[in-house]
Design a protein around this ligand. Structure first.
Ligand SMILES: [Zn+2]
Length: 151
């Protein structure tokens, strides 16, 4: 299995765990320049009563705390859904090298949609972005979650 797929599989497992907690099923994994996973998380906005507790923010906070640095150069972020504008901005602030995401998010995404944070002239750091990795599974998790909530 390619590292891209196996890291995304862990992000998908975090998304599934988030769904079981009643959170929007989004998961993220942060990988250091040596290829080691340094943080993994799913959304915890409800549990923490914190609108900023998106999976991406949680892994960035955790990795920065462990490293004692506000920047994560050379790190790769895997996330099951296109990052929102808040997370895209945090990814840029953290100087993350590469972002791999699964499903696209026309409604709330901030990378390929909406403000397109990384293409904005105010973005001082632009990561490499790879989309559509594990897309089908990520979409299925989100669809099932929102269907179940509507019932
Ligand atoms: Zn976000």
């Amino acid at each position: 299995m390619s590292p891209f797929r196996s890291h995304m599989d862990i992000a998908l497992a975090e998304a599934e765990a988030a769904a079981l907690r009643g959170e929007v099923p989004v998961g993220a994994v942060l990988v250091d320049p040596a290829g080691q996973i340094v943080a993994r998380a799913g959304n915890r906005t409800r549990e923490l009563a914190d609108p900023t507790a998106h999976a991406e923010i949680l892994v960035i906070r955790s990795a920065c705390a462990a490293l004692g640095s506000e920047r994560l150069p050379g790190h790769d972020l895997y996330v099951t859904l296109e990052p929102c504008p808040m997370c895209a901005s945090a990814i840029s602030q953290a100087r993350i090298a590469r972002v791999y995401y699964g499903a696209s998010d026309p409604k709330s995404g901030g990378v390929a949609h909406g403000p397109r944070v990384f293409s904005h002239p105010q973005s001082h750091h632009i990561p490499e972005v790879y989309d559509g990795i594990g897309e089908g599974e990520a979409e299925r998790l989100l669809k099932d979650f929102f269907l179940a909530r509507r019932r």
